[in-house]
Each structure stands twice: as structure tokens, then as C-alpha cells.
Design a protein around this ligand. Structure first.
Ligand code: NAP
Length: 350
């Protein structure tokens, strides 16, 4: 990879991508970042500020995922494309096909069509997810396995059940199909677990930030569902993208994940550091309560049935080896994330 060439980051203002752009700029790499509205200072001000303090130059381009030609101009001259843009919302979605599946799938098609038209591109790193690997936590028991690996694919999500997971599955599958039709550019995917850790942007609507906020705003004061997450630090996710992008011999899918934590584990880790000034969850809510009340709180019964109380585990061995990296302990990540939210005024003590 020629480090004097610009690299493209789609959705450059997102929670995950902001760290990626920061590390690239600090490394002296010129970054072309697409955002929906480059004139919106709330969304891009932090990127412009980091560019002023870095060796690399930042150029912002306007691009919507549903625009079939918007990615040609920002991609011009790039050898490396990081495609991170995709909606990450799991609650409050009214029309999952329109709000999640179309932008994820058509966006990936549009970006990769531009890659096919841009002779300079040698490699694409797609931000996929572990939810392209599994759909519900119960899938692990059903498959009689101890942990998910890069060999597994989500076979249980649909537009009507776990639509965000379905959007990531469809987008990644389509990316591999398009990649297989040619030989000029290589595809690699980063499949992160639940990404947490300090945010460089206050304007992201990522579920990561909304979930961490719930630990401090009283949403979980009566207790937390027995849900398990593979947790990974946002800074490690950014580093994994860079290693996949520039590594001479890296390839394939990568489960980028530190360790599994339950919601109660996260509450305990936060209470140990921040004490009882915050309404961190102290107990697990009975599954039957969630079954009855879940739909009113945006938790469909099928989601409760197939996720609450089921353990979850991911094998990160391939990513550690192929990307030559290790992952920060997940409890440190959640503590640093909560501290950053306090410093930014997102959360206030009682
Ligand atoms: P985020 O902050 O909401 O970032 C999403 C990005 O996608 C934003 O830049 C957003 O732009 C852009 N986007 C959404 N819809 C778009 C559209 N129609 N046209 C153009 N851009 C659009 O969320 P994130 O957590 O950083 O997620 C980034 C990527 O990581 C996604 O692909 C997500 O699926 C993946 N991922 C996230 C996690 C996690 O736990 N956070 C885990 C695994 C994978 P606007 O700012 O204009 O909305």
C-alpha cells in the first residue's frame, strides 16, 4: 500500500470511524472522508479539529449511501477504501427495510461499484459485525458450539426479527459476492463485537453510545436483562481496520472482540469505580418480566425468548494472529467510556 496516496473512509464522522480517521491522520496519511453533510459542524467539527493537529490532510465529501455515483469522486486516487458507513440502530426503527437493510445493502453495492470503476483501488476493508456471524445468542446452543468463529454465518435474522443483524449479514454477503467477480481488489472484513469506549463525537446516534448512557441515566435502576455482549474497545476496532488495511499478508474475516460481559458485569465494573452516585443495575430482571413487559420497552418477545439468559462467546484467535494485535480488557473500556461521558456532560451524578 502506497502511504502517500489518500485513503477513503466512508461515514468518516461515525463513532467508530472518527477514531480510524484520527489514527490515519496522526500517521500522516491523507484521508478522504465521506459524510452526509460536510457543512454540519456538529457532525464534522471534531474531524476538522483533529486534522489541524495532525500530519495527514483531511478532505470531506458529501455522500449518501443510496446515491449510486457519490463515491466516485472521493475514491479517486485511493488504493485503500474503508467502508464503515451503515446505520446502527436497534430500537425505534419503524421501517427496517427502508431504514436499515436498504442503506446497508445498497450502500455496500454502491461503494463497491465505485471500487470496480476506480482502477487505483487495491483493497477494501468493510466494517461488518459479529451479527453477520450470529443472529441470536440461542444460535450458539442450537449449533452445539462453545464459541462463534469466522466460519459461522447468521442464519436466523430477517427483516422482521433482528433487522439490524440482518442488514449487516446481507451487506457482508453481497460484498463477498461482488469481490469474487474480479481479481484486482482484495476484500477483508472487520467483524467487531459490541463496540464501547470513549467517543470523539457527541453527534453519533450509534446504539453503542445510547446503551452506555442507559447505565447512568436510570433506565436500568430496577435491574438489567440477562444479556451478554462480546465487548471490544472502539480504539482497538480502529487499529484493527488499519492493520487489515495496510498489512501485507492479512486476509479474510476478523472477529474483533475482547471478552464477553453481561449487562450486570458492566454495572458491577462501573460501580466499583464510580460508586453509588449512579443508578447502575444491581440485579437481573426475571425473564418472565421481560417477556411480559418487553414489547412495551421495544424488546420483542422473540428477541427475549432467544437472547435473554443465553451465554455468548467468540473466538478472537484468528484476528489476534492475522492482525498481530491484542484487545484491551473490556472492563477498562466501559470504565473509560463512562468517564468520558461524565467529562462531556452526557451523564450527571445524582
Ligand atoms: P454511527 O456513529 O451511527 O456511524 C454510522 C455512520 O454511517 C455515520 O457516519 C452515518 O452518517 C453513516 N450513515 C448512516 N446512514 C447513512 C446513509 N444513508 N448515507 C450515508 N451515511 C450514512 O455508528 P457506529 O457504531 O460508529 O457504526 C459504524 C459501523 O460499525 C457500522 O457499519 C456498524 O454497523 C459497524 N459496527 C458497529 C458496532 C458497534 O457496536 N458500534 C459493532 C459492530 C459493527 P450520519 O452521521 O450522517 O448519520
Amino acid at each position: 500500500m502506497d502511504r502517500t496516496r489518500p485513503v477513503l473512509v466512508t461515514g468518516g464522522n461515525g463513532y467508530v470511524a472518527s477514531w480510524l480517521v484520527k489514527y490515519l491522520l496522526e500517521d500522516g496519511i491523507d484521508v478522504h472522508a465521506t459524510v452526509r453533510d460536510p457543512s454540519n459542524k456538529e457532525k464534522v467539527g471534531h474531524l476538522e479539529a483533529m486534522a489541524r493537529e495532525s500530519k495527514g490532510a483531511l478532505t470531506l465529501f458529501a455522500a449518501d449511501l443510496l446515491d449510486s455515483t457519490a463515491f466516485d469522486a472521493p475514491m479517486r486516487g485511493c488504493e485503500l477504501v474503508f467502508h464503515t458507513a451503515s446505520p446502527f440502530q436497534v430500537t425505534g426503527v419503524r421501517d427496517p427495510e427502508r431504514e436499515l437493510v436498504r442503506p446497508a445493502l445498497e450502500g455496500t453495492q454502491n461503494v463497491l461499484a465505485a471500487v470496480d470503476r476506480t482502477e487505483s483501488v487495491k483493497r477494501v476493508v468493510l466494517t461488518s459485525s459479529v451479527v453477520a456471524i450470529y443472529g441470536d445468542a440461542a444460535d450458539m446452543a442450537d449449533a452445539k458450539i462453545d464459541a462463534f468463529t469466522e466460519d459461522h454465518w447468521n442464519t436466523t435474522s430477517s427483516v422482521s426479527h433482528q433487522p439490524y443483524n440482518y442488514s449487516k449479514l446481507r451487506a457482508e454477503q453481497r460484498a463477498w459476492e461482488i469481490n469474487e467477480k474480479q481479481t484486482r481488489w482484495q476484500l477483508q472484513t472487520i467483524n467487531p463485537g459490541f463496540v464501547l469506549g470513549p467517543s470523539l463525537t457527541q453527534s453519533s446516534v450509534s446504539t453503542s453510545l445510547a446503551t452506555m448512557k442507559q447505565f447512568g441515566d436510570g433506565t436500568l435502576k430496577m435491574g438489567a436483562p440477562e444479556l451478554y455482549f462480546g465487548v471490544v474497545d472502539v480504539r482497538d476496532v480502529a487499529i484493527a481496520h488499519i492493520k487489515a488495511g495496510f498489512g501485507p499478508n492479512t486476509s479474510g474475516r476478523h472477529i474483533v472482540n475482547s471478552e464477553t460481559l453481561s449487562m450486570l458485569d458492566i454495572g458491577k465494573a462501573l460501580r466499583a469505580v464510580f460508586g453509588s452516585r449512579f443508578p447502575f443495575p444491581r440485579r437481573t430482571l426475571p425473564k418472565v418480566v421481560l417477556w411480559l413487559a418487553g414489547p412495551l420497552e421495544g424488546l420483542p418477545r422473540k428477541f427475549v425468548a432467544r437472547n435473554v439468559g443465553y451465554p455468548l462467546a467468540f473466538d478472537n484467535g484468528y484476528a489476534k494472529k492475522d492482525l498481530d494485535m491484542d484487545f484491551r480488557p473490556a472492563r477498562e473500556t466501559v470504565v473509560e467510556h463512562f468517564r468520558q461521558m461524565l467529562d462531556a456532560g452526557v451523564i450527571r451524578a445524582r
